[in-house]
Design a protein around this ligand. Structure first.
Ligand code: ADP
Ligand code: ZN
Ligand code: ZN
Length: 733
């Protein structure tokens, strides 16, 4: 993972550019190996007489856009991966996959001559030749060799003979594999409403003036963001530029693709992980040849080689699937912004619940805010009820279904409408709370919740902070109100299902969670019957919330909103808000208004209150105040560093050595949290230690990240331990 200087021979000087693939002599033995040109310079880093010359330029391979190489270099620097990994990411197709060729047969003689030949063959009883010529006439003078074989039983020697005789010619044409048949269906275009027109106009004015920006299309659910995207795309296409539309992986089956296909037809293509390598390659080829202008897909669609990129749209920009979980651990939003900068393109980030960073950047004027405040089809916003579970306990209701929720479920069963109930277990880390007063035990240093740890006998005896390693004994009574009802929060969907069946014996219930959705069609085998009305209640984890529309669902409930509120991560409120808000948007559609019941021990939390008010901005204001006070992003930069080793003491010592190397090599404008054992303290027989770096200065962070890289390359520690860092602080750490 280093760059090396080579001299470009005189005769290649014109042809070699950034992104060229070249053969170079390497090492003492001058072994010829392949390399990528990542930069061209006039200055020699070595004595010029020591610089070797590159051997040849490989032109047969996929030519690489210089832009993509620059992007790879940026990814390498920012996410601490190797140049090799970064190149593999931006150039997902490195080998030419042989595309399917079709052999087309054509007459090279006049119809008259061809008819005479047919007559001659008939007389001579050349049966195969007769079938071939008859076939040619039947197919209007043109067919593929494949069709000739299949439909008319003609073999290759027969065709060859006819070509030799000067009657037919064979020409080869590339056949592209188009994974989706997107057919244009004009006339479905909607008349934009005032809000939609206003934001589209703003984009158009800037675009026509040649100014590119990052926009936040901040529109409530159902505000018609897709229509706005389509207007913007239209504008960009008219200037002969291309568009990348990113959608979360989960949404691939959704209507977005269909709607874009209806409007833009064959100019649109789709990319996703289930395509074969060949299909994938073809989409890249088509993009490069200018046969398509719009590509839709998850984060990897960013790397489609468009020559004149005008716009990148990221729909549901807050979604977790935009973050890569394997190296390089890049975030598609950040990469999109860099790609747009390199290509002079604009970026549109769309969401009803944008990430806190994005919202902050928009309020700081770094992004342009494009608000859509009304639902397009005139539907009502849902009515949200908050149930305080502390009161249920006081009133003697020990069931997990509050009295209000039971009433509302009974009502829906009577009216034959459907309900969805979910447990938000994401990031669930066993926090400890009081069932009497709702108090959650938090770390006194980090403002995040403590996690329960069991002793050998399986009893919870200690609490631990996964940010700083601080531990405390599990208290016997609530430190806030003295109640003995303090316990680790835990509840599974299976148990809830049993309770639900007991309480509503006549209801038809479906359960959806990781256990019931194994297999390729696991999700659909539950969702489809529910959509068809074969069940009254769908119970599940948060996976039932996202990306599904069921017109007959008029009641939605979060059974225990607290479960994701205190997951020992500074972003747990943000994730909870996002989930509850999206869930509230699922209940009730155009003609019927929906209701949502949120059950919680913390009704005063602003993430709950914001959903009740259906006011996202209320959430962001409170959340930003918390982040500023506790010093978390976006007010500071934060990076997590993970050290893994099969030897526990080794991992710990390595982490300590790294910390002292910061002290000697980096400016002092940073603070550290930890090191501590990671939340997931051991995985695959590796012990894991975690450290968080916080700093206000981007330059200081860069210095420290480079120091981590030097440390792992230049010291013995790097050989014995695996050291990685991440711009995001992931829960599973
Ligand atoms: P969002 O992505 O913002 O949640 P959608 O783009 O899915 O919203 O639009 C919500 C619904 O409103 C869709 O059924 C869409 O067809 C409809 N819609 C959008 N714009 C208009 C409009 N200008 N007039 C009428 N209906 C519209
Ligand atoms: Zn209490
Ligand atoms: Zn702490």
């Amino acid at each position: 993972d280093r760059t090396f200087q080579y001299r470009i021979p005189e005769q290649l000087r014109q042809q070699v550019s950034i992104g060229s693939r070249v053969k170079i002599p390497f090492g003492r033995g001058n072994r010829p190996i392949m390399g990528f040109v990542v930069g061209i310079s006039e200055e020699a880093k070595w004595p010029p007489e020591k610089i070797k010359e590159l051997l040849s330029l490989e032109e047969k391979d996929v030519p690489i856009e210089g832009r993509m190489l620059k992007l790879a270099a940026w990814i390498r620097n920012r996410y601490g991966t190797t140049m090799n990994e970064a190149l593999k990411t931006v150039l997902p197709v490195r080998r030419q996959i042989k595309s399917v060729e079709e052999h087309w047969l054509n007459f090279v003689v006049s119809e008259e001559v061809a008819k005479k030949e047919l007559d001659r063959c008939r007389l001579k009883h050349y049966k195969a030749k007769v079938r071939l010529l008859q076939g040619m006439f039947a197919e209007n003078g043109q067919m593929t060799a494949a069709l000739a074989a299949k439909k008319y039983g003609v073999t290759k020697p027969v065709i060859d003979g006819m070509v030799k005789a000067g009657i037919l010619s064979v020409s080869n044409r590339k056949k592209y594999r188009n994974p989706y048949d997107l057919t244009k269906d004009a006339g479905k275009q909607k008349q934009l409403n005032d809000g939609q027109r206003r934001v589209t106009e703003e984009f158009r004015t800037e675009f026509q003036a040649g100014r590119s920006h990052t926009y936040l299309l901040y529109g409530v659910t159902g505000s018609g963001k897709t229509e706005v995207y389509m207007e913007m795309i239209e504008e960009v296409l008219q200037k002969d530029k291309q568009v990348i539309v990113l959608i979360p992986e989960i949404a691939l089956t959704l209507q977005t693709v269909q709607r874009l296909g209806e409007r833009f037809g064959a100019r649109v293509s789709l990319l996703h992980s289930r395509l074969s390598e060949g299909e994938r390659y073809d989409q890249y080829e088509r993009a490069k040849r200018g046969e398509i202008d719009i590509i839709i897909g998850p984060r990897s669609a960013l790397f489609v080689p468009f020559t004149d990129l005008g716009l990148i749209i990221i729909d549901e920009e807050h979604e977790g699937s935009y973050k890569s979980e394997k190296p390089p651990r890049y975030h598609a939003r950040e990469v999109a912004l860099e790609l747009a900068r390199l290509s002079g393109a604009s970026v549109v980030l769309g969401s009803a619940t944008p990430s806190v960073e994005t919202y902050y950047a928009a309020t700081q004027g770094e992004y342009k805010m494009l608000p859509l405040t009304k639902r397009a089809a005139g539907a009502q916003l849902p009515k949200v009820h908050i149930v305080d579970l502390r009161n249920e306990l006081k009133a003697g209701n020990r069931s997990i279904f509050s009295r209000l929720l039971q009433e509302k479920i009974e009502d829906r069963l009577r009216r034959q409408e459907q309900c969805m109930l979910f447990l938000n277990r994401r990031g669930y880390a066993g926090f400890v709370s009081c069932r009497s007063c709702g108090y959650v035990l938090q770390c006194s240093h980090c403002e995040v919740s403590m996690t329960a740890h069991k002793n050998r006998g399986g009893r919870i005896d200690t609490l631990m902070c996964h940010y700083c390693g601080h531990t405390e004994a599990m208290p016997a009574v609530c430190p806030e109100c003295g109640s003995p009802y303090v316990a680790a929060f835990g509840l599974g969907t299976q148990r809830v299902e049993e309770m639900l069946r007991k309480r509503f014996p006549t209801a038809r219930i479906l359960r959806m969670d990781a256990d019931t959705t194994t297999g390729k069609y696991g999700h659909e085998s539950i969702l489809e019957p529910f959509r068809q009305g074969k069940a009254d209640i769908l119970l599940g984890t948060q996976m039932i919330v996202k990306g599904h529309d069921f017109p007959n669902v008029t009641l939605m409930s979060a059974l225990a909103a607290d479960m994701s509120m205190f997951s020992g991560d500074y972003r747990s409120m943000e994730k909870t808000f996002d989930l509850l808000m999206q869930a509230s948007g699922r209940a009730g559609r155009a003609d019927r208004s929906g209701e949502m019941v949120i059950q919680t021990y913390n009704p005063d939390q602003y993430c709950v209150e914001a959903v009740r008010l259906q006011d996202a901005s209320f959430f962001y204001e409170n959340e930003l105040a918390y982040r500023r006070m506790a010093q978390y992003p976006p007010y500071i930069q934060m990076v997590s560093v993970l050290v893994l080793s099969a030897d526990k003491r080794m991992a710990k010592a390595c982490m300590e050595a790294l910390v002292s190397s910061f002290e000697t090599n980096c400016r002092e404008e940073y603070s550290l949290i930890g090191p501590a054992e990671a939340g997931l303290s051991r995985a695959k027989d590796c012990y894991r230690y975690i450290l968080y770096i916080k700093t206000k200065e981007e330059a200081v962070m860069d210095e420290m990240l480079r120091q981590i890289e030097r440390f792992s390359v230049n010291t013995e520690w790097g050989k014995n331990c695996h050291i990685q860092y991440d711009r995001d602080t992931i829960n599973s750490y």
